[in-house]
Design a protein around this ligand. Structure first.
Ligand code: WAQ
Ligand code: MG
Length: 271
């Protein structure tokens, strides 16, 4: 079977003179069989032309052939959900789950390391740092890559962050459709959880009307947390928690940005 990667991004110029800049309106990416390329491309352009964020004056569609041998097929992470009464409670739960995962990994590593190495004062109270890390992701287009071994940020560009790309659901016949948050997120989270050195991911949507977020890792699976921010809040972000004792940042970023991944979501039921 021959596959193609399709990527679309649309933007609009706003402002005048010196202040003029390209504002992102819409973006999408797929990996599909040869037979679907034309229809998916049309659907992407339609999505760009009918977006509530505005009328685009620039649309970029990139279509690349992908060799089947270069595609890795991954099983979707198992999905669970946590219901909460308030977004504050949801955020607490999410912080709790990731910091426990991080502490467990750090405990394990420090047992196998000579005393005095791999310890960092800032990491002792990792949980307390999480709200500040999350706030730092709000203006970013990609994710923060945070090293749990040193407490350092490893994105080459802190303003942009690292973006996971070249991924889709396997056998996804869907051509059109507006953004489905869950379907896109389970694909991204599964790719990310399988990255070299990845420990966990933390995500809050930047869509003001979408308050469900998640934490994910190979061990935790994909844990949906039904409220993680206030309705109407347009602040969201992603943190990729990474362990530099397990892999190099270059290797991890190369995988996130270049490796083609199809995620088998058939057994994955939305909870
Ligand atoms: N790679 C890395 N970071 C990204 C990417 C990407 N491909 N796409 C978005 N981000 C970052 C970026 O900073 C955004 O501001 C932030 O993540 C949130 O992105 O089970 O919609 O696309 O129902 O707004 C979760 C679904 C939906 C929960 C998450 O994220 C559920 C969502 P958004
Ligand atoms: Mg969004």
């Amino acid at each position: 079977m021959e596959y193609y990667s399709l990527k679309m991004r649309a933007s609009q110029q706003v402002g005048e003179g010196e202040q003029k800049y390209e504002q992102h309106i819409s973006g999408a990416e797929r990996i599909v069989g040869r037979d679907s390329v034309e229809a998916v491309c049309t659907a992407m352009v339609r999505r760009a032309m009918n977006h509530s964020k505005g009328d685009p004056d620039f649309i970029n569609v990139k279509i690349e052939k992908v060799h089947e041998n270069d595609i890795r097929v991954l099983k979707a992470l198992p999905v669970t959900r946590i219901d909460v009464d308030t977004w504050q409670e949801g955020l607490e739960k999410a912080f709790g789950l990731v910091s426990k995962t991080v502490l467990d990994v750090n405990k394990e590593s420090s047992l196998s390391m000579p005393k005095g190495t791999g310890e960092n004062a800032g990491l002792q109270n990792f949980a307390e740092n999480l709200p500040e890390l999350l706030r730092a992701t709000f203006p970013m287009r990609g994710a923060m890559l945070y090293d749990i071994a040193t407490g350092e940020r490893l994105e080459p560009d802190h303003e942009r962050g690292v973006r996971a790309t070249y991924m889709d659901a396997l056998h996804s016949s869907e051509v059109d459709g507006c953004k489905n948050h869950f379907n896109e997120a389970i694909v991204l989270a599964t790719k990310v959880a399988n990255a070299p050195g990845m420990v966990a991911e933390f995500c809050v949507s930047d869509d003001p009307n979408y308050v469900t977020g998640y934490v994910a890792s190979k061990e935790l699976g994909y844990v949906r947390i039904m409220k993680m921010k206030e309705m109407g809040d347009e602040n969201g972000g992603r943190i990729f928690l990474f362990d530099s004792r397990k892999a190099s940042a270059e290797e991890c970023i190369e995988y996130l940005q270049k490796k083609k991944v199809l995620v088998d979501v058939t057994p994955c039921q939305k909870q």
